[in-house]
Design a binder for this molecule. Structure first.
Ligand SMILES: NC(=O)c1ccc[n+]([C@@H]2O[C@H](COP(=O)([O-])OP(=O)(O)OC[C@H]3O[C@@H](n4cnc5c(N)ncnc54)[C@H](OP(=O)(O)O)[C@@H]3O)[C@@H](O)[C@H]2O)c1
Length: 327
């Protein structure tokens, strides 16, 4: 089978597409014929060995896929070959076949495409847990989303609107701001321009109730300063590269809470809320009430270009690899 292989750590261009042996399922595992795989920011970091976890070389990158089950391992009685499924996994998605633990698979709702299923996993789960279980968003509250045209950000805008919140989107450049408005943001602010705190306070008439921040860098403190008293700031990631240092007196003076969310550990930390959130999210996706924005699609052979788009801050919403055609 063809796969994208990381043979040496480096930039996206160092990835190669080559023939590798097809995987076989072990107990509790299935093999999926991959139709679509979504690119995530950490894929770029893992290929460059700049992520929290080092993957031993060589490895197939890619952490989100959708496709059809082609083979089931011993003990996987609930799933059958031919079923349409999607999953997230540490690595291995950028290949024609991937082996996935059966417990990690979700059936794709009817009417949802393979590309949408691959693109809706990690980012929508992260944004949903952050809004519903961490910030406990309520109808009419102001939610400020940083990096609002990115993967997590655009999912957060979509879901915040679904929860009846009023959305301020912050992103860089006119194209990204236009996308945020098109997805329901009431205000869209270019956070690379000066005066972010003041502009947030002005457009929310006093400050944001909730901030979702997958970007960090220089924007986090400005966003915190633009909050209303008693609000909740959720730190989700550091796409800007720098982990911000926040003066604690701001927390005291504003009476805000700063909370973190790690989607991989949320199910262990809060199993009941995790199950409830997943069920709600699945229903919303199945009904088409929310949907990821797919800004670019590439064939598997051009995976390096897809990762380059994400690495260069040029992606709109999600970038998807079309790995193979459906039968
Ligand atoms: N906590 C969790 O469980 C969890 C789950 C998923 C992802 N994450 C993390 O969240 C972050 C965002 O993930 P994502 O999937 O939304 O990524 P993404 O689609 O690439 O979006 C990241 C956004 O960050 C902004 N950005 C600012 N400075 C940047 C820079 N120097 N390079 C690249 N982007 C920059 C960009 O928007 P502008 O150009 O508008 O600034 C971009 O749209 C990543 O750090 C990821 O690891 C965390």
């Amino acid at each position: 089978m063809r796969a994208v292989v990381c043979r040496a750590y480096g930039p996206p261009e160092s990835l190669v597409v080559q023939e590798v042996p097809a995987p076989r399922p072990g107990p509790g595992e299935v093999v999926v014929a991959v139709r679509a795989a979504a690119v995530n920011f950490p894929d770029v970091l893992i290929a460059a060995d700049r992520y929290q976890v080092t993957m031993p070389l060589p490895f197939v990158p890619g952490s989100e896929l959708s496709g059809r089950i082609v083979e089931t391992g011993p003990g996987t009685t609930e799933l059958s070959p031919g079923e349409r499924v999607y999953a997230s996994l540490p690595t291995g998605a950028f290949a024609e076949r991937a082996v996935v633990p059966a417990a990690s698979l979700t059936r794709i709702p009817g009417g949802m495409s393979f590309a949408q299923a691959a693109a809706a996993g990690v980012t929508y789960r992260t944004a949903h847990h952050a809004l519903r279980s961490i910030a406990r968003v309520r109808r009419g509250q102001w939610v400020l989303v940083l990096g609002a045209a990115g993967g997590v950000g655009s999912a957060a805008v979509d879901l915040a609107r679904h929860f009846g919140a009023r959305v301020v989107a912050a992103a860089s450049g006119p194209e990204k701001l236009a996308l945020c408005r098109a997805r329901g943001a009431e205000h869209a602010l270019d956070y690379t321009q000066p005066g972010l705190k003041t502009r947030i306070k002005e457009c929310t008439e006093g400050g944001a109730d909730i901030v979702l921040d997958p970007v960090g860098g220089p924007y986090a403190e400005q966003a915190l300063r633009g909050m209303r008293r008693g609000g909740t700031f959720v730190t989700l990631g550091y796409a800007a590269g720098d982990i911000p240092t926040i003066p604690l007196n701001l927390v005291l003076l504003k009476g805000v809470a700063i909370r973190g969310l790690e989607v991989r550990t949320f199910a262990q930390d809060a199993p009941e809320e995790s199950r409830r959130d997943m069920a709600e999210l699945h229903a919303l996706l199945a009904q088409g009430r929310i949907a990821p924005h797919i800004g670019a699609r590439y064939p598997l052979e051009r995976a390096a270009e897809a990762l380059r788009l994400v690495a260069d801050r040029s992606a709109l919403g999600k970038v998807v690899l079309d790995v193979s055609e459906d039968d």
